[in-house]
Write a protein that binds this ligand. Structure first.
Ligand code: ADP
Length: 504
């Protein structure tokens, strides 16, 4: 028995052996140590085991002993005891039946372990887990988890706040079906594919569908969730709501875009203005030099021959001077009209006048100023009157007729067709002159642009730009058809009755 006692005393566990009725038969040193730590009552052979226990545990343990006696099976039990120093001791009791040869109960071996440190560790880690959970639940960050099939298993308050979907509404629902749509689905699938390969994903932005039909943008990082065996069982997403940031960024981008567009517009206008100025300077210097040198030549001739010049020669020279002065006058007139036009300073004054009379007067004026170099053939079906700005329309017709004559050297005829429709009239000026190259057709209405056939023919390149603007002011349209070397047709349509707009 002493050998047995030695063995028992060297065990780390406390051993107390009782008979089937609870009387203590044997115990070891560890049992004495534990008993001392929880009670002042000493362990004694022959004492009743339950008498050693506190009031609180006595009944339970009596029940356990009865059950072990009856069932002859081991039973485990726990007890939390206060020591005399006020600390808590957690004990784990294993009631193991010791049976005789006929399976009758002979003793019950009570193996007791002090599990205080384990219990405290468990308690601490439980409270740390719950603190951590609380933190995740209420954190001001988007935190949610999905399982490996994409079903939502965690959903914190902030997720509910920004999407409007409460936790119970999304739990066990597929993230894809509930919260994202369109192309974001494929982004999410891509993320999950990487997660299932145990890879983490940093910073992906998703537009989330909100309960009210709106959209919230979140920037998320994803990490794999693993089980105790290290297998990936899903993903945890953590991130921020960047809806406002995204909207702010987009509005800034729009602002920058608009400002850039406005700036480009201003730059383009400025560039055009510089180009136009350059074209004007080169054309004006060229166009003014020719008449000025002719005037200079004529006046020098008169001066040199003042004493001998006859009246015939003098008249001839004076006519040359007058012709060139009149041409320069015409050029300046064009420049002035153009600049008035640019500044929007042309004032429309509608009057009622006969279309036929208007056409014949303009034709007459052009024929006279071009010394009847061409025959201008007018055909008209007009009977009525026009209500429009006569001065502007005259400017248009005179410009078109002058061009037709100017650009038809060596030809004889120019045709003017007047077609009177009910609500509008058509003026068609047709020539068989040099024509306009196809690639120049859409440019000739720009100021200071002259076609390749115009090099040897005087002009500023302003006429058609004035014509175009005038027709716009009259609410009309102008088209040109032309074939290089075969002639051109300019067709003007304007309303019979002018309606004054803000220009007027
Ligand atoms: P300009 O007559 O002073 O050159 P316009 O603005 O009136 O200026 O015409 C621009 C250019 O269009 C002309 O230089 C010429 O190349 C072309 N053009 C205009 N009218 C005709 C026409 N009837 N026939 C051929 N070319 C024309």
């Amino acid at each position: 028995m002493d050998v047995l006692k030695d063995i028992l005393d060297n065990l780390n566990d406390s051993i107390i052996i009782i008979d089937g009725y609870g009387q203590i038969v044997l115990f070891n040193n560890e049992a004495i140590r534990i008993q001392k730590s929880v009670s002042e009552k000493p362990l004694e052979i022959g004492a009743h085991f339950t008498d050693l226990l506190s009031e609180e545990h006595r009944q339970t343990i009596s029940g356990v002993i009865k059950t072990v006696r009856r069932q002859k099976k081991a039973i485990k039990n726990f007890a939390e005891n206060q020591t005399s120093f006020g600390s808590t001791v957690f004990l784990e009791f294993n009631f193991v039946p010791v049976l005789g040869l006929k399976k009758e109960l002979r003793y019950i071996n009570i193996i007791t372990q002090d599990i205080t440190s384990r219990k405290l560790l468990e308690r601490n880690s439980r409270s740390a887990t719950s603190d951590f959970r609380n933190l995740l639940e209420h954190a001001h960050a988007v935190i949610f988890s999905v399982d490996s099939r994409g079903y939502i298993v965690e959903w914190n308050d902030h997720c509910a706040e920004i999407t409007g979907f409460a936790k119970q509404e999304v739990l066990s629902r597929k993230f894809c079906d509930t919260l994202i749509h369109g192309e974001s689905n494929s982004i999410f699938t891509g993320v999950m594919e990487k997660i299932l390969k145990n890879e983490s994903i940093g910073k992906v932005s998703f537009p989330l569908r909100k309960k009210d039909g709106g959209e919230a943008t979140v920037m998320l990082s994803a990490t794999p969730r693993t089980n105790a065996h290290g297998q990936v069982i899903g993903a945890t997403f953590v991130g921020q709501d960047i809806t406002e940031l995204t909207a702010y960024r987009e509005s800034l981008e729009r602002l920058v875009e608009n400002k850039t567009a406005a700036l480009q517009k201003v730059l383009k206008k400025e560039k055009e203005a510089v180009e136009m100025k350059n074209r004007f300077v080169s054309i004006a210097s060229h166009e003014f030099r020719t008449p000025l040198s002719s005037i200079d030549f004529a006046t020098s001739f008169i001066k040199r021959n003042a004493a001998t010049i006859g009246s015939r020669k003098l008249n001839e020279k004076v006519r040359v001077i007058q012709k060139h002065v009149s041409y320069m006058n015409h050029l300046l007139e064009d420049v002035l009209t153009f600049s008035k036009n640019e500044k929007g300073r042309i004032k429309l004054i509608p009057t009622t006048f006969s279309l036929d009379e208007f056409v014949s007067e303009a034709v007459e004026e052009v024929a006279r100023s071009t010394r009847h170099s061409h025959h201008i053939c007018v055909s008209t079906n007009s009977l009525g009157c026009l209500v429009t700005d006569e001065k502007l329309l005259r400017n248009v017709l005179i410009n078109l007729l002058t061009n037709a004559i100017k650009f038809s050297p060596g030809k004889e005829e120019i045709a003017v067709n007047v077609l009177d429709h009910d609500s509008y009239i058509t003026l068609e000026v047709r020539d068989e002159g040099i024509g306009i190259a196809e690639e120049e057709l859409d440019k000739i209405f720009e100021p200071f642009i002259r076609g390749k056939g115009a090099e040897a023919i005087p002009g500023t390149g302003l006429g058609l730009s004035i014509v175009k603007k005038a027709i716009e002011l009259l609410n009309g349209t102008i088209q040109v058809e032309s074939e290089w070397g075969r002639g051109s047709v300019f067709t003007v349509n304007i309303p019979r009755q002018m309606v004054l707009t803000e220009h007027g």
